[in-house]
Design a protein around this ligand. Structure first.
Ligand code: ADP
Ligand code: MG
Length: 649
């Protein structure tokens, strides 16, 4: 069964009157089984997930009530009355999580709890159906949190009435492939009650102390009161019966509205976990209140690691919740954070935006522009502070998000210098690819006549580290930044200057290496070029249209040849990448630079007159240089045949 809608209702012999039986969508059934079987050791999370859904439902109601205040009057009073209650019946072995939020209609019960309502579900399956361990930390992030109820319960009943409707419905399932729907009695209060019939070995969860401790650990910062019910006591020996009481067991205040000096690190960490469903602590945060021309509060977090769907998220961004005067409006990451800061999570609460603000309005609002600029500034401030004060922590950040931050070099002109300051790169002096320095460190180590910042882009760490074009620079002791990540080559198109120094790609154009060496070096190079003039002519004739020019290199020491493009031409790696994406790449013709001292070129010289042999050597040189540059050849078979001819010859 793999239909996209649940099967039509059955009216089997066992069904109650008015009870409809539906099959779970196949994907849902699979998610359920995975969740139940793999999260057994993390059973506690069910409560956090159900409370988080209840809190979402309260926020949705408050939001819808902006346009339709009557929604709140339905049932219990005002926005201030929104709450989440935990009810325990130890004898029956049940726990109920009840909210008076937006509720669900019959169709919503069916679709939200019985079909793949989220793109996350499919991603969840793609990631875990292969049999790998399911990560408890991720379940809430995938939008499959509700199903965690079945980790502790063998039967789940959801009774719900939507805020604008008189009809209430009950959804029931044992998590075994199907669920039922039937009307609930008239008078069912607004909102949703989720009743869990605990599995035999999950009886602990019917203990109020256990629930309290879970709420304190995972849900303390839910902004609505979470209340624990003390059951009614019947009349005993003439004493009056006691009505059930509800006691609030969490902070129940929007954390960002509280003064900083009243908040502990644990408060901030707890709120982060509530906000992101991340089980790990955040790396850092910044909490600010801006008053004056525009009033808003922001609380921004840097996660310690990339969330599961992070790279997928350049277009579809989330993680920055917009509130207006404490009312949750929408996720506004796309409108309020630039793409290169999409790892930031947090909350913005504005006093000035209208409550009925729409996505379209956010898109071109001056106010939003100003908030966005302030958030960028806060984030960069925070990053600079960590970079300066806690380099190791900053290294953790860089490992997770450095490549994302690099996009800022292209995306954020106004802050390019600040973003560049935050960059970390390995260089020719690094012990390994993770041994990185800042541009300031690099400049501090520049010696002698060096006035420019040298870098090389290559496809991979080893290709960069061992690149032939570094030979002469290494021999002269000049440090070169090695940009070996996928994004670097693209980014380098936007690298022009830092701290008044030119950034120079040593793989391109002609470098005045002689300025770095001695007058003696310079004279030697000129002499070599003169002596090799006939060799250069031979190569030009043999390679013809393949090259723009042939010249004697001043970059090489050990290698025979390399290919060089003009400074402003698209690199060969980039050309390769574009071709692989099926796009037209402007093919800039390279210059072949040779090292006349190399044995291979001596042989070529000696072969003068034998046109076939010269041709083989020339093309071999060219292909080798191409391999060193891009790691691939268009026609490897011919290359191998030619090499074998020469080896065997
Ligand atoms: P997510 O919360 O990420 O959307 P869940 O699996 O936790 O994923 O919940 C699925 C959906 O079920 C929610 O998006 C919501 O529409 C609905 N839902 C769950 N619990 C409630 C509730 N208490 N009140 C209203 N709707 C709910
Ligand atoms: Mg949820």
């Amino acid at each position: 069964m793999s239909t996209d809608t649940p099967a039509a209702p059955e009216t089997g012999a066992h069904a109650e009157p008015h009870t409809e039986t539906h099959a779970f969508q196949a994907d849902v059934q699979q998610v359920l089984q995975l969740v139940i079987h793999s999260l057994y050791s993390n059973r506690d999370i069910f409560l956090r997930e159900l409370i988080s859904n209840a809190s979402d439902a309260c926020e949705k109601l408050r939001f819808e009530a902006i346009e339709a205040p009557a929604l709140l009057a339905d049932g219990s009073g005002t926005a201030a009355d929104l709450a989440i209650d935990l009810l325990v019946d130890a004898d029956a072995g049940t726990v109920t999580v009840r909210d008076n939020g937006i509720g669900m209609s019959r169709d919503e019960l069916m679709h939200n709890l019985g079909t793949v309502a989220h793109s996350g579900t499919r991603r969840f399956l793609e990631r875990f159906a292969g049999g790998g361990p399911v990560d408890a930390q991720l379940i809430g992030q995938f939008g499959v949190g509700f199903y965690s109820a079945f980790i502790v319960a063998d039967r789940v009943e959801v009774t719900s009435r939507r805020a604008d409707s008189a009809e209430a419905w009950t959804w029931r399932s044992s998590g075994d492939g199907q669920f039922t729907l039937e009307p609930a009695p008239a008078g069912t209060p607004r909102g949703t009650a989720i009743r869990l019939h605990l599995r035999e070995d999950a009886g602990d969860y019917a203990q109020p102390w256990k629930l309290r401790s879970l709420v304190r650990t995972y849900s303390d910062h839910v902004a609505f009161p979470i209340r624990m019910e003390t059951p009614a006591k019947p009349a005993e020996d003439g004493a009056a019966p006691e009505a059930p009481t509800l006691e609030t067991i969490n902070q129940a205040a929007a954390l960002w509205t509280r003064p900083k000096n009243e908040l502990s690190d644990d408060d901030y960490k707890g709120f982060y976990k509530h906000l992101t469903h991340d089980f790990d602590d955040p790396l850092a945060w910044t909490h600010n209140r801006v008053e004056g021309h525009q009033n808003f509060t922001s609380l921004l977090y840097l996660p310690a690691h990339a969330p599961f769907d992070f790279q997928a998220g350049r277009d579809e961004r989330k993680g920055l919740k917009l509130y207006v005067k404490r009312v949750f409006i929408m996720d506004a990451a796309e409108q309020m954070l630039p793409a290169y800061l999409r790892f930031v999570r947090g909350v913005v609460d504005s006093d000035d935006l209208p409550l009925n603000v729409s996505r379209e309005l956010l898109q071109d609002s001056k106010q939003v522009e100003r908030i966005k600029a302030a958030l960028v500034k806060r984030t960069l401030d925070l990053l600079e502070k960590i970079a300066a004060e806690e380099p190791e922590r900053y290294a953790t950040f860089w490992e997770a998000f450095g490549n994302t931050l690099k996009e800022g070099i292209a995306e954020d002109n106004a802050n390019r210098e600040r973003v560049l300051k935050l960059m970390r790169f390995a260089t020719t002096r690094s012990a390994n690819a993770e041994d990185r320095v800042s541009l300031d460190d690099y400049i501090g180590r520049m010696a002698g006549a060096q006035e420019e910042i040298y870098y090389l882009t290559a496809d991979g760490w080893n290709a960069a580290r061992l690149h032939p074009k570094l030979e002469a620079l290494k021999a002269r002791g000049v440090e070169v930044i090695l940009m070996h990540e996928r994004i670097d080559d693209w980014m380098s198109g936007y690298l022009h200057e830092y701290a008044g120094k030119r950034l120079r790609n040593v793989a391109k154009g002609e470098i005045d290496l002689d300025a770095l060496g001695s007058a003696e070096d310079k004279a030697k190079h000129e002499e070599a070029a003169k002596a090799a003039a006939p060799l250069v002519d031979t190569l030009k004739a043999a390679l013809g249209e393949q090259v723009k020019d042939v010249r004697v290199s001043n970059r090489l020491v050990d290698s025979a040849a390399c290919l060089v493009l003009d400074e402003y031409e698209m690199s060969m790696q980039m050309q390769k990448l574009m071709k692989s994406l099926g796009q037209d790449a402007p093919a800039g013709k390279p210059v072949l630079e040779i090292n006349p001292d190399h044995a291979l070129l001596k042989r070529l010289e000696a072969a003068a007159g034998d046109e076939a042999l010269v041709g083989d050597y020339a093309r071999l040189l060219f292909d080798q240089a191409m391999l060193a540059e891009t790691g691939a050849l268009d026609d490897p078979a011919t290359f191998i045949a030619r090499m074998n001819r020469l080896l065997a010859g």
